[in-house]
Write a protein that binds this ligand. Structure first.
Ligand code: ATP
Length: 440
């Protein structure tokens, strides 16, 4: 009897019980080694490889020739007998009796899957389907999937409702320069930079805790290792807060549970990547923006009050915090000029009730308490040079009863690459979009 098994099931059987069974296994031809009297074909699927062993004398010549001349990465099925083997890591090998080819791979390959050569990021991204055949590349995306699964669990347990807000919108929230224009039946529309305005409008509905994990679009004109034009944003908004600390506590709890969960559920992927996840203690230390300016000045970097900390500033703060043993920390109370109109001002000062969560010297999240008072909100819009008439439907939600509220946006990919110490946000995006890349 022939058993049609997945390679993983066969691997799990740990050889002995299936020894001498005839099986059919399917996968990609990873490698073929011809050693004269014996040849080996390494068949790979999502979970790993199995060795197909071909002693020349014991295999039909025609079958031997067909198998040993297959091109690498062709997709085939092989039927054969499972034998215990002390020569392979799995303790088993398959001796083929027949095979079927589903798809012959063209030669040469655009890039190797197992070759130990450094392939340029551009070549990898141009051939992402091939790049993703490497287990260590795929592991990042499996972790990303585990991550969003965990977030759904954690948010539901905290009473948040999963919402889906429009991605084609008539106004932006995060500044005009980074809006992508869309021709919407002759009208000017944009791709959503964030769900900001909608999640705030929802605070006036009684859905007092909402979250969304969805794409956000930014026409970023700079080419950096942390900016892309389409990323996945994990946004949350919650009502009835007393101060921004309520939001910060919530984020700390979510991130803490997420890291613990990933460490456990992502064990296999982390081991493929040779990484572990550190779970910093909560609460995370809080630095105010002004403290950061002083820390930077003491290192010879002199910024003026109101200046953006910038990539270099954030990095330097990260180095200083790392020396104190902190990977995750808050930077709070930014100058209000630096923050969008919807952020609440700290009255009587030039600061705001805002915060960033930084991870190893890079911002992964920003948030704050929002301005929920209609008049003040309109005032802030005008101060930022925005026309309130362009935000009429958003503002309506503030005219008929709006609870105090606050929230955040976390870049899923930025968080993942920082967690895994990967060099570029693109490592966590299947098909990245940036200034020069729209394909594949
Ligand atoms: P930065 O100053 O680093 O460009 P930002 O202040 O524009 O970020 P926010 O508008 O506060 O970012 O967005 C919230 C989060 O979304 C950021 O902390 C980051 O994790 C993520 N994010 C924002 N823009 C991008 C981008 N272009 N590519 C990838 N992630 C992004």
């Amino acid at each position: 009897m022939t058993v049609n098994v997945s390679m993983n099931a066969l691997r799990d059987s740990k050889s002995i019980s299936v020894s001498d069974t005839t099986v059919t296994i399917k996968g990609w031809v990873q490698d073929i080694r011809n050693l004269g009297g014996i040849s080996f074909l390494i068949l790979r699927d999502r979970f790993g490889t199995i060795q197909v062993t071909m002693p020349k004398k014991k295999i039909e010549p025609e079958l031997f020739d067909s198998l040993t001349t297959l091109s690498r990465e062709s997709v085939i099925s092989i039927t054969g007998e499972v034998k215990a083997s002390n020569q392979t890591e799995l303790g088993l090998e398959v001796i083929p009796s027949s095979f079927e080819s589903y798809s012959d791979a063209f030669v040469p390959l655009p890039m190797g899957v197992i070759d130990k050569v450094n392939v340029e990021m551009d070549t990898r991204l141009n051939n992402r389907f091939m790049d993703l055949r490497k287990p260590e590349i795929r592991a990042v995306f499996e972790l990303k999937s585990i991550m969003t699964g965990l977030l759904n669990e954690i948010m539901t347990a905290n009473g948040f409702v999963n919402v889906f807000t429009p991605k084609i919108v008539d106004s932006g929230a995060e500044g005009g320069a980074s809006l992508f224009k869309v021709d919407y039946f002759g009208k000017q529309a944009y791709l959503a930079q964030s769900p900001q305005l909608y999640k705030q409008m929802l605070m006036s509905t009684g859905l007092d805790r909402v979250y969304e994990i969805a794409p956000a679009f930014r026409a970023e004109h700079s080419n950096t290792n942390r900016h892309v034009t389409e990323f996945v944003s994990f946004d949350g908004e919650m009502s009835w807060i007393s101060s921004q600390s309520d939001v910060m506590n919530m984020i700390e709890n979510i991130v803490n549970k997420l890291l613990i969960g990933l460490k456990e559920k992502g064990k296999e992927q982390l081991s493929i990547l040779g990484k572990d996840i550190n779970v910093p203690e909560i609460p995370y230390p809080v630095l105010t923006y002004s403290e950061c300016l002083r820390m930077l000045a003491s290192e010879g970097m002199h910024l003026k009050e109101g200046d953006d900390l910038g990539t270099e500033g954030e990095k330097l703060i990260g180095d200083l915090m790392s020396k104190k043993g902190y990977e995750l920390y808050w930077i709070s109370e930014y100058p209000e000029v630096e923050k969008p109109f919807y952020i609440m001002e700290k009255e009587g000062t030039s600061y705001s009730f805002s915060f960033d969560l930084d991870f190893k010297g890079q911002e992964i999240s920003s948030g704050g308490q929002r301005e929920h008072r209609y008049e003040k909100l309109v005032e802030r819009m005008k101060k930022k040079g925005l026309d309130p008439d362009n935000f009429a439907s958003y503002l309506d939600a503030f005219r008929y009863g709006m609870p105090p509220h606050g929230g955040w946006g976390i870049g899923i990919e930025r968080m993942l690459v920082k967690m895994l110490d990967l060099p570029n946000v693109r490592e966590a995006i299947l098909f990245p979009r940036d200034l020069s890349r729209l394909s594949p």
